[in-house]
Design a protein around this ligand. Structure first.
Ligand SMILES: Cc1ncc(COP(=O)(O)O)c(C=O)c1O
Length: 363
């Protein structure tokens, strides 16, 4: 029996135990073939069934309309910081896009995009250390902009859009790396959504891009083939040897999500998990939440202790109690509990109890 550890790491993050057990069980012998999935050709009929099943589950779980395409792309989430502008700026002659800057990752994204076109930062919460989500509305988007861009959940700062903004007819591109499929998706507000797999979906190094079909086929001339969404779409993401293991794992995670009752059900659990921790913070003079209460994430809960020494002993004692990887990101310090879909409520309850005990002893 391995020791019970709850992994609060921000990513690569914990995966559902049944998913890892199934991987372990079939690792040496995939579906009676006598070989491993990772030894199997990406062009085989068996792998075709794996990728088709993953597509089907994404569509079913998120109620994805038929006119959206699912692409499995190389290079994790940050590769899409280039992929999005390279594919979408060409939608209009001005090659212009409008970004909302809500943290480190949206800053990196707009800087990367500025290599390919004119980028306007129409809203930002940098002045208040990204503790909130600034308004981002249709009147901020000029008519000649090709797309608008947000990060739906800010992994480092513990904030999220409670709902996607209405940016009018301009396609909205969303980096949903740290909250994809943690709640139902309102596709009517989405032009494109991408997510690195390493939090709610599967292993690192690969991303899923879900994009409305009319936004495909406008890539700038200089776009490398393996960043061009049209190349992925035409080849069902198999223009070259894709990360078959990542797609297989994501399919299993989607099946697990379905077994949990789907996105409405997982959202309820996620809200309850987050509330368990925010209640401790809100009822304490010892812990201070770093995100504005109205903009809080249900995936990354960030807070500080009175001083660095207390934080260091909190982290050490937490680890001794099987509560792993709670150190806040270097940009904000303090503590961050990442509680993605796979974190059970019991993990949050254990952390909440630990926080109360620690406060009693040290507060
Ligand atoms: C919101 C967000 N976007 C992008 C990234 C970068 O992901 P990757 O390391 O896969 O490029 C992360 C990683 O934590 C993230 O949280």
């Amino acid at each position: 029996m391995t020791k019970q550890v709850y992994n609060f790491g921000a990513g690569p993050a914990m995966l559902p135990v049944p998913v890892m057990q199934q991987i372990q069980q079939e690792f040496l012998d995939f579906q009676g073939m006598g070989i491993s999935l990772i030894e199997l050709s990406h062009r085989s009929k068996e792998f075709e069934a794996v990728i088709n099943r993953c597509d089907e589950l994404i569509r079913e779980l998120s109620n994805l309309p038929d006119n959206y395409k699912i692409l499995y792309t190389h290079g994790g989430a940050q590769m899409q910081f280039a992929g999005v502008p390279l594919n979408l700026l060409g939608l209009k002659p001005a090659h212009k896009a409008v970004y909302s800057e809500t943290g480190n990752f949206s800053k990196l994204a707009n800087r990367e995009a500025a290599r390919y076109g004119e980028i306007i930062i129409a809203s930002s919460s940098e002045e208040s250390d990204y503790d909130r989500i600034p308004a981002f509305t249709a009147d901020m988007i000029p008519d000649d902009a090709s797309y608008a861009y947000i990060t739906s959940n800010n992994t480092i700062y513990g904030t999220r859009y409670q709902e996607y903004p209405d940016v009018g007819d301009t396609p909205l591109a969303i980096d949903a790396t740290s909250d994809i499929f943690s709640r139902p998706v309102d596709w009517s507000r989405v032009g494109l959504m991408f997510a690195g797999m390493q939090k709610n979906l599967g292993p690192s190094g690969t991303a899923v891009v879900i994009v409305r079909e009319d936004l495909i086929g406008h890539a700038l001339e200089r776009t490398p083939s393996l960043l061009d969404y049209a190349v992925y779409e035409k080849s069902h993401s198999l223009a070259n040897t894709n990360n078959t293991f990542a797609i297989y794992t994501m399919g299993l995670t989607m099946q697990w999500l379905k077994d949990q009752g789907g996105l409405e059900a997982i959202e309820k659990v996620n809200e309850q998990k987050a509330k368990t921790l925010y209640d401790v913070i809100d009822n304490s003079d010892f812990y201070t939440g770093t995100a504005h209460p109205q903009h809080r994430s249900i995936m990354n809960v960030t807070f500080t202790l009175p001083d660095d020494e207390q934080s260091a002993s909190f982290l050490k004692e937490a680890l001794d109690n099987g509560l792993y990887a709670l150190k806040g990101h270097r940009n904000v310090g303090g503590i961050r509990a990442s509680i993605y879909n796979a974190m059970p409520l019991a993990g949050c309850e254990k952390l909440a109890e630990f926080m109360k005990e620690f406060e009693k002893k040290n507060g």
